[in-house]
Write a protein that binds this ligand. Structure first.
Ligand code: FUB
Length: 345
């Protein structure tokens, strides 16, 4: 539900119809990346603040400065805010806009992956390390070499390899990397460098991580998202093409790559038989929420599958003040995910 259509919304009524309520209400949180580490649920969200930046199509109003980790003993337990775990001022390469993070666990260490604009205004992705899932996290002094754009999601495969999925168009700058280097010549515009509607859509990226999870082990590769005939989705196919918010999970041996369609506000998914794709578009996981953005993660907790997502219902529709929520998802016999409506009719 984009911001221009919220004027008529009665938020008290809407919140009664919501399939779930914000996990925490004392701060605004968004872009939840959820994991079970050592039997407990940890959510790595963006920490939304009102920094007074005007709304624009580059997302300048998302001017976040730090990260908190939310933890839950069980899916129905109280969500605990563990406080500031990493701040922009402690990361030498970061200038501003700490956007959607993710985390991973390996050999007793915890890794927080996060995108932010560096001092040259270009989004990069960094890593910070801790002995605890709730931090505090110690950042690497530099961003990951060869990283660009936003929304890292790090997936641990069953064979022990870790892969980072990332990318986002418009404010996420993916369109400025079409030639392989950052296009600094053209004006900073969310749509100036996009393909034409009848050309293939821009694609997200994946890279295997090094054993220490601090760098890419390979040059990032594009991930193909194709339709039922094997054709790449087109840039004008706004209801289905990738925009941002990559996530990977595996269900019954199949790789599920899910993402947001951005300006059409869906969380969709595509499936494949290996971590690099191609992935075939399958359908929608979540219909539009209140607020412009939609961003999610999918996590198995005690044998059930959950969608962690956000909406702007608590802030009564303010796009950059969002709240993390969780709802169960189910699969049909063929492995298709049943679409969730975030508010009951
Ligand atoms: O939170 C800032 C940006 O908004 C994220 O990086 C996007 O995925 C969108 O949710």
């Amino acid at each position: 539900m984009p911001e221009d259509s919220i004027d008529h919304i009665n938020f008290d009524e809407l919140n009664k119809k919501a399939i779930s309520q914000p996990l925490v209400k004392h701060i605004y949180t968004a872009d939840p990346s959820a994991h079970v580490f050592n039997g407990k649920i940890y959510i790595y969200p963006s920490h939304d603040i009102d920094a007074g930046e005007a709304f624009d199509d580059l997302g300048s109003h998302f001017a976040m400065e730090d990260y908190h980790v939310i933890s839950m003993d069980t899916i129905n337990a109280e969500a605990i805010d563990n406080g500031v775990t990493l701040h922009a001022k402690d990361v030498p390469w970061v200038h501003q806009q700490m956007w959607a993070p993710d985390a991973a666990h390996k050999d007793g260490k915890y890794y927080l992956f996060f995108p932010a604009k560096a001092h040259d205004g270009i989004f990069r992705i960094g890593v910070a390390v801790s002995d605890s899932p709730i931090g505090p996290f110690t950042p690497q002094p530099e961003a990951i070499k060869g990283s660009f754009s936003i929304d890292p999601a790090v997936f641990e495969d069953e064979d022990g390899n870790y892969y980072m999925y990332f990318g986002g168009i418009w404010g996420g700058q993916l369109q400025r990397w079409r030639t392989g280097t950052f296009n600094a010549e053209q004006p900073e515009s969310p749509t100036a460098h996009l393909p034409k509607d009848d050309e293939p859509a821009l694609l997200p990226y994946v890279a295997k991580m090094t054993d220490d999870l601090l760098e890419f082990a390979e040059k990032p590769k594009e991930i193909e998202i194709v339709d039922e005939n094997g054709n790449l989705l087109l840039a004008g196919d706004n209801d289905r093409r990738f925009f941002e918010a990559a996530w990977m999970h595996k269900y019954n041996g199949t790789y599920y790559f899910s993402y947001s369609t951005g300006d059409t506000h869906y969380i969709c998914y595509a499936t494949g038989d290996n971590p690099y794709g191609p992935f075939t578009y399958q359908g929608r996981i979540l219909n539009p929420v209140v607020g412009w953005t939609s961003h999610h993660s999918i996590c198995e907790v005690e044998g059930k599958w959950y969608l962690f997502y956000h909406d702007s219902s608590l802030s009564k529709g303010v796009t950059h003040l969002r709240s993390v929520k969780v709802a169960e998802i189910t699969y049909d016999k063929e492995g298709k995910i049943n679409t969730l409506n975030p508010y009951k009719d």
